[in-house]
Ligand binder design. Sequence first.
Ligand code: SF4
Length: 322
Amino acid sequence: MQKPILEVDGLKKYFDIKGGPIGRKVGEVKAVDDVSFTVMEGEILGIVGESGCGKSTTGKSILRLIEPTEGKVKFQDQDITSLTNSEMRRLRKDMQIIFQDPYASLNPRHTVEKIISEPLLVHGMTSAKQRLDRVGELLEVVGLSPYHAKRYPHQFSGGQRQRVGIARALANNPKLVICDEPVSALDVSIQSQILNLMEKLRDEFNLTYIFIAHDLSVVKHISDRIGVMYLGRMVELTEKNKLYDNPKHPYTQALLSAVPLPDPDMPRNRVILKGDVPSPANPPSGCAFHTKCPQAMDICKEVRPAFQPVEDNHFVACHLYK
Ligand code: SF4
C-alpha cells in the first residue's frame, strides 16, 4: 500500500512589504496562505494556477529554499520545518528541485561535468574518478552522452539544458523532486520529450514528483492527482480524471473551460472571469475568489471556506459544497 512521503500542513509564506524612509514593514504579501496536502510515494502531484498564485513559492517553501512563515512539512514522517540548516542540507540529498529556466539555473562558466559533480561532492563523493563515472552515467540516463560532460551550458539547446538540470537533480538518488515549471520555457515539440523522460525516470527510480505548472494540458498529461491554487490558497485537489471530468470549484471550472480543444467546432460552455486577479497583498475577505466568482453568495464575502472533502479523495474550498 502507498504511504505518504510528504505531508504539508497549514503552510504559509508571507513576504514583508517595506516602505517609508527607513524601510519599515507596511504590509505583507500572502504568497502562500494556509495550504495543506499530502503526497504519496511514487505519485506525481500536479499543482496548477495562474502566475502569482503561490505555486512556486509553495514548492520552494517545502524545500526550505525560502523559509516558511508558518506550518509544518513532514518528509518521510520527519518534521523538517524544525531542522537546523546543516540537518536540512543533509536531507536535501533526498529532496531536489528542477527549475523552470534551464539556462538561468546552470552556471554558464562551469562545464556540465562540474555542474553535475557539485552535488555529488557536497554529499561526500570525494573521488574525482567516481564523480566522473557518475556524471557519464547520469548523462546517459537523461538521453545525453558522456562526452557532453566537457561542454558548457550555452553549447546545448533548451531541451538538452533541461536534461542537464534533471541529471543534476538526480545525482544523489533523491526520493522527492519538485519540478518548478520544468517545461514552460521550452518549445512545445520539446516539452513532450522532456515530459516523457520525466515519466520514464519516475518509473525507473521510483521517484515522487510535485509538478508545478500553469499549463493545464501539461499537468493533465503527467499527474496522478492535481491541486489548483488561487491567490495563495489551494482551492481544489483530486485525482486527475475527477478534476477534468467533474471540476467542483468555480475557479477550476473557469480554468478548464478556457483550455483549447482540438476540435474548434466542439460545443463548450466558456466561463469568462471578469476583472483582474486581486493582489495577494490585499486579498479579498472570505473566499478570495468571491470578487470574480459567477456563483458568489453573501456568505462568500464574510467567511473563508474550509478546504474539505466533498467526495472520496476530492477536496474543495467552496461554500457551494457545505
Ligand atoms: Fe464562489 Fe463562494 Fe465558492 Fe468562493 S466560496 S468559489 S465565492 S461560491
